[in-house]
Design a binder for this molecule. Structure first.
Ligand code: PMP
Ligand code: GLU
Length: 394
């Protein structure tokens, strides 16, 4: 009889992936499902990247690579970040990992002791808490408020008792699920607050290149050497170059930390797929026009969603996103009078209208829902028609 180890006993699959799988299942059964659940660009990966991968395979780049990744790739990532993000990075601070998610997992395994507490501004992406729990630690949510536009406001946390076993904080801007981009001032205050409390920082910057309305991305490590020394940055091409299925990301951390992270990788998945790494060199060198055209298409969809959401203001409120491709929508006006939970709402919406969304409680905030607009305008139009029908008839 197989018995689960304690560390995985309460582990569940990613709720987003489960909802997406359920939507796929209904689709396969012939139902006309539209899923706004998973945040995944609907474009194919740009052709030069595809070509680079097939060429790499043909040329025999099909064998084991160094555990931290090919030096040639770590060099181009270091150059790109130094040029674009405003802080100096050397190749030995870069580790190529199998997606940003895997980078976060490895970093937490290297950082966290059992029994510790990790602070997470919340609402927050669904996978941080389970990954922290796998280390034997737990998270303490730091509330973000809709009235503050879901931007971090350290004054709000004055009354919170931060226990002495709190060792780190996870920061995510541009943010999933809110789409909010923290300003440089927001981040400076948040990072000083963290440094004063002697916390390490895990900065998840996976949406750094998906920005609208002139919003600017600030990297935590660009705030100065003190910030850089206590930060592990995670990013990748999954979102910006439509490479979600390729499983490639990177971490940037001080050299000694990166060495340990590479050692952990060498003892687990060994490294990221060889020809995927090779193609990523091409991705890092692509002209900005390719990215700009995808972001501009997302922006058109974002504008469309805002128009439709504004038309439903009797039922919901939302915070205008300036990054990533999500809307985090407060459904209290609709849900509270009907005594309906956000989970029940999302379940019924899928069953009755064949529309997939993620309930806010998956991100630690009830009475809300997250939708992704990384899908065609046609799908968005149908999705909003279905949502409107549901709200007006229930
Ligand atoms: N961080 C956040 C906030 C995300 O939304 C995601 C989802 N893709 C990831 C990390 C993981 O990205 P990747 O696909 O590169 O593993
Ligand atoms: N990160 C994406 C999302 O939030 C994909 C799902 C996942 O990686 O868990 O929808």
């Amino acid at each position: 009889m197989l018995k689960f180890a304690t560390r995985v006993q309460s582990l569940k699959s990613s709720s987003i992936m489960e909802i997406s799988a359920k939507a796929q299942e209904l689709k396969a059964q012939g139902f006309d499902v539209i899923s706004l659940a998973a945040g995944e660009p609907d474009f194919n990966t740009p052709e030069p990247i595809q070509k680079a991968a097939t060429q790499a395979m043909a040329e025999g780049i099909t064998r084991y690579t160094p555990a931290p990744g090919f030096l040639a790739l770590r060099e181009v990532i270091a150059e790109m970040v130094t040029r674009e993000n405003g802080y100096e990075v050397s190749p030995d601070e870069v580790t190529i990992v199998s997606g940003a998610k895997h980078g976060i997992y490895l970093a937490l395994q290297c950082l966290v002791e059992p029994g510790e507490a990790i602070l997470v501004p919340t609402p927050a992406w669904v996978s941080y808490s389970p990954m922290v729990e796998l280390t034997g630690a737990h998270i303490i949510p730091l509330p973000l408020f809709e009235e503050d536009g879901f931007r971090p406001n350290v004054d709000r946390w004055k009354g919170l008792a931060i226990p002495p076993n709190a060792k780190g904080i996870i920061i995510n801007s541009p943010n999933n699920p809110t789409g909010v981009v923290y300003t440089k001032e927001d981040l400076t205050r948040l990072v000083s607050w963290a440094i004063q409390r002697n916390l390490w920082i895990l900065s998840d910057e996976i949406y750094e290149k998906i920005l609208y309305d002139g919003a600017k991305h600030t990297s935590v490590s660009a705030l100065g050497p003190e910030a850089k020394n206590c930060t592990v940055t995670v990013s990748g091409f999954s979102k910006s170059y439509s490479m979600t299925g390729w499983r490639l990301g990177w971490t940037i951390a001080p050299k000694e930390f990166s060495k340990k992270l590479g050692a952990l990788q060498s003892q687990s998945n060994s490294h990221t797929t060889s020809f995927v790494q090779w193609a990523a060199i091409t991705a890092a060198k692509l002209p900005p026009t390719i990215l700009q055209s995808m972001v501009s298409e997302f922006d058109t969809r974002r504008q469309y969603c805002m128009k439709r959401l504004d038309g439903l203001s009797d039922y919901l409120t939302y915070t205008r996103p300036t990054g990533a491709f999500y809307f985090f929508i407060n459904m209290s006006k609709f849900l509270v009078p009907r005594k309906m939970s956000d989970v029940e709402f999302a379940k019924t919406l899928l069953e009755k209208e064949y529309l997939g969304v993620v309930p806010g409680s998956s991100f630690g905030k009830e009475n809300c829902m997250r939708i992704s607009y990384a899908t065609s305008l046609k799908n968005l139009e149908t999705a909003f028609n279905r949502l409107e029908t549901f709200l007006k008839t229930h």
